[in-house]
Design a protein around this ligand. Structure first.
Ligand code: FAD
Length: 418
């Protein structure tokens, strides 16, 4: 059996690793010229994704992934704050084997030893009378038994299958960039971030996602991996504001990294001074703009008759990054589809039945993840109005009173003043 995967992002490469491990021939066509040509933010991968990676990856690749990540111990809580970084609510994370890994290291390692045609964009495909699929890409034509679209939000493969796009803009845009954590930047970090990521809400409905990524906290020794070697990253803070598309002081589209960094700093004008100081330290080369899109969580994610072509990841269940679930769900898809295609390759099922089984199972968790990821955007919409401003002020006053009460009981645990 030969499989062509269109899209060498997180889901497509994870699938290709799993199929290769099962002895199935795979060719990946990827539009980007190199694995590093991708967003520099870090990914949180949940327990399910972690378990899937253990099944999909050969032990040396898995070891290098684990050695390039920050240990899950750094993620004890997810906090909601106001723009003064006063904690309004916090969710304690259940213990588990979650991973925090940079997107570039993960993608680089997932591409290890695969046949990836970099710089090759999908054009179209056609199925001939013998059932084989001819996939035309800018880097050449490949013939295969199965085609998998792993080409992300706005997938051309899924559009060809469904006859329409499967995702639409949510009306919210995000900017994300990285601050390298040198000693001065560490001094500026709001204490709440030592326990895990936070989403802070401020005036005008501006939400800001904040997360420290520190691979030095990882108990796995990077030196233990040689082929592939671990991909080390310096400690960093991810700073990611999100705002309804029509509320940015300037249109973020078309701005370069420096322009986006300036816009990001401008939006934080009324925020905690330490956050503003951190924003001034953003590395412009890492700042990018994202238009958040989402699939309809009430619709069938694979609305086509099962055959020899399917799609995984954001191509079928696009979701905003506000749930931290998109890559994790793409990896889970890769795991399920690799398992089903392996069964087809060994003759215990047929290819259409294998794709049908994958599509049916994916439909049980994909739309759930989309719905969960849309939740914070609904909170943000409520915070954008007059009632939201009043609620934010009241919650901030309550958080200050609570911090003072805590300080009276245990002075050493007081947070930084706003
Ligand atoms: C700022 C930010 C933070 C995030 N944080 C998290 C997180 O913490 N946890 C998490 O689970 N998810 C997170 N996500 C979401 C996650 O990045 C995506 O959901 C995930 O990458 C989806 O994987 P995928 O393989 O479906 O698509 P992608 O990884 O986007 O890969 C699609 C690939 O297809 C290629 N492609 C597109 N069109 C073509 C074509 N015509 N021909 C060939 N190749 C093509 C693209 O170049 C790309 O490489 C975040 C996203 C953003 C923007």
């Amino acid at each position: 059996m030969r499989v062509v995967v269109v899209g060498g992002g997180i889901g497509g490469l994870a699938l290709a690793q799993g199929l290769t491990r099962a002895g199935i021939e795979v060719v990946v066509h990827e539009r980007d010229a190199r694995p590093e040509h991708t967003g520099g933010y870090r990914l949180h991968l949940d327990d399910d994704a972690h378990r899937s990676l253990r099944r999909l990856l050969a032990p040396p690749v898995l070891q290098a992934v684990l050695a390039s990540a920050a240990g899950g111990a750094a993620f004890r809580r997810f906090s909601f704050c106001d723009h003064r970084m006063r904690v309004l609510a916090a969710e304690t994370m259940p213990p588990g084997a979650r991973l925090m890994i940079g997107r570039i290291p993960l993608r680089t390692l997932l591409a290890h030893d695969l046949d990836v045609r970099w710089g090759s964009a999908y054009r179209d495909h056609a199925t001939s009378d013998d059932g084989r699929i001819r996939v035309r890409c800018t880097g050449g034509t490949t013939t295969a038994d199965v085609l998998v679209g792993a080409d992300g939000t706005g997938s051309a493969v899924a559009r060809a299958l469904a006859g329409r796009p499967l995702a639409a803009p949510t009306g919210v845009d995000g900017i994300a960039g990285i601050v390298r954590l040198d000693e001065r930047a560490r001094d500026l970090l709001p204490p709440v971030l030592h326990d895990g990521p936070a989403l802070a809400f401020g005036p005008g409905g501006l939400g800001v996602f904040l997360s420290v990524h520190d691979p030095a906290t990882n108990p796995v020794d990077p030196g233990a991996c040689t082929s592939p070697a671990a991909v080390p990253e310096p400690a960093s803070l991810v700073l990611g504001p999100l705002l309804p598309a029509d509320r940015w002081p300037r249109d973020p589209r078309g701005l370069d990294g420096a322009g986006l960094a300036a816009l990001l700093t401008e939006t934080l004008r009324d925020w905690h001074p330490d956050l503003r100081a951190l924003a001034h330290r953003l590395d412009p080369a890492t700042v990018a703009h994202f238009r958040f899109t989402a699939a309809d969580p009430d619709a069938d994610p694979a609305p086509w008759p099962s055959g020899t072509v399917t799609a995984i990841g954001d191509a079928v269940h696009a979701m905003p990054p506000t749930g931290g679930l998109g890559a994790a769900t793409a990896i889970r898809d890769a795991d399920v589809l690799a398992r089903e295609l392996t069964a087809a390759a060994t003759g215990t099922t047929t290819i259409p039945l294998a794709l049908h089984a994958y599509e049916r199972e994916m439909a049980t968790y994909g739309p759930v993840a989309v719905r969960e990821s849309l939740g914070p955007l609904r909170v943000q919409r409520r915070m954008s109005g007059r009632a939201g401003a009043v609620a934010l002020r009241a919650a901030g006053a309550w958080a200050t009173a609570r911090a003072h009460a805590t300080a009276r009981r245990a002075p050493s645990r007081t947070g930084r003043p706003g």
